[in-house]
Design a binder for this molecule. Structure first.
Ligand code: NAI
Ligand code: OAA
Length: 344
């Protein structure tokens, strides 16, 4: 991502804006790709729209929100990078925003305030996500959907049910974005293990709420000799990372900037996968047979059709095995809650 952004700034800013085919990115031909951001004027949506505007893999950027879209779209559109930006401001324009989209990123919905769980957002966000997914089924059923809206453990199952009802469901094309958990795990591990953060890799599996977030620090690289107490503290901090930000923002919302960064990394991985770049692997909450649960976050190989392969968990420590068993009841019930809501 960093490399791609630098390339974007150094070379593509001076390039014409409407090439059908472009070379010079990861040695691959770069076709036109449309990305739609739904909730583009929000706390996440604005910086995410900025980061997608900097991504040279994007040719068309559709920014949709029910409020304040024109200003955000006008602002972002002045940046001299490849993509053409169009803002869509009302329900009546949602179809146009989605038509032809290769990737749809959804950060629409309300964020937490202190004292709330992600599940407390269900009543409002479930309906928002359902409506947006009905439109996706109608206008861009082949798009890769990046679900950011919380509670992800329920909104992804909601999306799957909506798509099933519409007859468009393809499990390869639906992703819950859990990249922020990985971003946090990498940052916290690097700090504790005193290793360069840019070299760190840590898979994070399970779901995206509290104890359902399970970082696998036993698989972290570069290896470090951390004590059990240190691993427990790192695990807890990763699981509570969202709450740490919610409390620091003291009523003004939840993570937006780090989430925009994480969302941009994940969307970039989807675009690379679609473009045929080999070995694109990110953790994501997807339909899965890795455990007995129908949805589960783990490493996923992303290719031309979306999910190419859901990778297994690898060797777990006793602590992680215990964490895995503990998270299953909560994750199961959040998944079932989403399915029940959407099938009513
Ligand atoms: N997956 C993850 O790791 C993370 C998820 N989130 C979630 O992302 C969501 C958005 O958070 P923020 O951007 O901070 O909230 P925000 O309130 O700042 O922005 C949400 C935006 O969604 C828009 N919106 C509402 N209903 C809409 C609809 N039907 N269609 C299109 N746009 C609509 C609003 O107008 C607003 O601009 C929340 O549910 C939050 O919990 C937040 C951080 C991390
Ligand atoms: O904590 C929240 O409500 C937002 C979120 O999902 C995160 O920051 O991981």
């Amino acid at each position: 991502m960093r490399t791609s952004m630098l390339r974007s700034i150094k070379s593509l800013t001076t390039s014409p804006s409407s090439h059908v085919l472009r070379r010079g990115y990861a040695s691959e031909a770069v076709p036109d790709r449309k990305v739609a951001v739904l909730g583009a004027a929000g706390g996440i949506g604005q910086p995410l729209s900025l980061l997608m505007k900097l991504n040279p893999l994007v040719s068309n950027l559709a920014l949709y929100d029910i409020a304040n879209t024109p200003g955000v779209a006008a602002d972002v559109s002045h940046i001299n990078t490849r993509s053409e930006v169009v803002g869509y401001a009302s329900d009546a324009e949602l179809g146009k925003a989605l038509e032809g989209a290769d990737v749809v990123i959804i950060p629409a919905g309300v964020p937490r305030k202190p004292g709330m769980t992600r599940d407390d957002l269900f009543n409002i966000n479930a309906g928002i996500v359902k409506g947006l997914c009905e439109a996706i089924a109608k206008y861009c059923p082949k798009a890769l959907v990046n679900m950011i809206s919380n509670p992800v453990n329920s909104t992804v199952p909601i999306a799957s049910e909506v798509f099933k009802k519409a007859g468009t469901y393809d499990p390869k094309r639906l992703f819950g974005v859990t990249t922020l958990d990985v971003v946090r795990a990498k940052t916290f591990y690097a700090g504790k293990a005193k290793v360069p953060v840019a070299e760190v890799n840590v898979p994070v599996v399970g779901g995206h709420a509290g104890i359902t977030i399970l970082p696998l620090f036993s698989q972290a690289t570069p290896k470090a000799n951390l004590s059990n107490e240190e691993i427990t503290a790192l695990t807890k901090r990763t699981q509570d990372g969202g709450t740490e930000v919610v409390e620091a923002k003291a009523g003004k919302g939840s993570a937006t900037l780090s989430m925009a960064y994480a969302g941009a990394i994940f969307a970039d991985a989807c675009l690379k996968g679609l473009n045929g770049v080999p070995d694109v692997v990110e953790c994501s909450f997807v339909e899965s047979t890795v455990t007995e649960l129908p949805f589960f976050a783990s490493k996923v190989r992303i290719g031309k059709n979306g999910v190419e392969e859901v990778l297994g968990l690898g060797a777990l420590s006793d602590y992680e095995r215990e964490g895995l068993e503990k998270l299953k009841p909560e994750l199961k019930s959040s998944i079932e809650k989403g399915i029940k809501f959407a099938s009513q």
